[in-house]
Ligand binder design. Structure first.
Ligand code: NAD
Ligand code: HP7
Length: 314
């Protein structure tokens, strides 16, 4: 039997079904799910046999009993809880003897990454981060194009990343900076990781604007100079998409447009497949984007000048 038992923490949330689907599509079993909220009926359509708990203690005790038999011991614990709970939930998964697959941002600071390294060493288990843009076709093609360009080419990049959200966002944990760490971290972490993946090491980072629903700045990488703008406010959508679409994720690279809003749906399954095949992204891979967002949260915005300014805030 090649089916591996998984656990899922945060099973009632928005992203949890993509994890349940990945586990099912790759031929594995959701043995146990846990969430403080019991609105988890989605389980029946994907993993009807799964145990479910609404209290951490009961989840943990059940997971411990599964360890008695190597056939039932959890192979992976997937973490889909709010950002501020990733660290304790990852630690719990490792200490239960499982490898952990956790959502972004893995943890808020490099210090906590270091702490997780210690727990990896103590337990002999590993942590993997979902960095799904690294599996996006358009991003992989762009990465190859940049790698194939002469080494001294510095690309001129304008990144616009708008994923509009309703009033609920501000009322939820996502609108609470103590829990989500703010939009530049909660949403921006994806493209800061992507930019590093495509353009190499980060050399300079400046913030021009930081607010509840939007942020902007300038980044210089080994291979690119990037002016970026991020927003969850639908009013910021360009006129060409307003009223038609709610997201606009665009990389303008030296005048060429790459709209990469499509092609996201199965990337969790691809991420899981790669992790299970031993090619997952671990703590060391997550470090760069964690350092980038942690530094941005500490920065005071400076007045924007010249070619470094994204046109949406110019
Ligand atoms: P959500 O609020 O919809 O779901 C979070 C779930 O965690 C809720 O069901 C909540 O009840 C549960 N929860 C809260 N406290 C808990 C606790 N102590 N123990 C167990 N469960 C608890 O949020 P979401 O959008 O599903 O986000 C979950 C995670 O996934 C976040 O880290 C988020 O950043 C990430 N995310 C990633 C992507 C992506 O594109 N990769 C997309 C959305 C969310
Ligand atoms: N949506 C919901 O119904 N509930 C939610 O909680 C979120 C969205 P996209 P994703 O908002 O926290 C992105 O903009 O790509 C609706 C970030 N991921 O495509 O799925 C939404 O209103 C993620 O890191 O959102 O998620 C749309 O109708 C971040 O945590 C639809 O779902 C998340 O927003 C699709 O919305 C968030 C990326 O940008 C890759």
């Amino acid at each position: 039997d090649t089916r591996k038992p998984f656990a899922l923490i945060g099973a009632a949330g928005y992203i949890a079904p993509r994890h349940m689907r990945a586990i099912k599509d790759l031929g594995h079993t959701l043995a146990v799910a846990y969430d403080i909220n019991d609105s988890v009926g989605i389980i029946d359509s994907l993993h009807p046999q799964a145990e479910f708990f609404t209290q951490f203690e009961c989840f943990q005790e059940h997971a411990q009993t599964l360890r008695r038999d190597p056939a039932t011991a959890l192979a992976y614990v997937a973490v889909c809880s709010p950002n501020h709970l990733h660290h304790p939930h990852i630690a719990a998964g490792l200490r239960l003897g499982a490898d952990v697959i956790c959502e972004k941002p893995l943890v808020p600071t490099p210090e906590l990454l270091h702490e997780l390294q210690r727990i990896e060493a103590e337990t002999g288990r590993r942590v993997f981060n979902i960095l799904q843009l690294r599996h996006h076709d358009a991003i992989l093609k762009l990465r190859e194009k940049v790698a194939a360009a002469p080494a001294d080419t510095k690309f001129d990049v304008e990144l616009t990343y708008i994923t509009s959200r309703g009033k609920w966002y501000a009322q939820s944990w996502k609108g609470d900076p103590r829990k989500s760490y703010g939009v530049a971290t909660n949403i921006g972490v994806h493209f800061f990781d992507m930019l590093h993946f495509i353009f190499g090491q980060l050399q300079t980072s400046v913030v021009h604007h930081q607010a509840e629903a939007s942020a902007a700045g300038f980044l210089e990488y080994e291979r690119a100079r990037v002016r970026w703008f991020l927003s969850i406010d639908a009013n910021d959508l360009p006129d060409s998409v307003k009223g038609k679409k709610t997201t606009f994720r665009n990389i303008d690279i030296s005048g060429e447009q790459l709209e990469f809003s499509e092609g996201f749906t199965d990337l969790h399954t691809v991420s899981y497949r790669e992790i299970l095949a031993g090619r997952g992204y671990g703590l060391a891979d997550a470090r760069h984007c964690i350092e980038t967002v942690a530094a941005i949260r500490r920065m005071a915005p400076v007045a924007a000048t010249g070619a470094e300014v994204h046109p949406f805030i110019a």
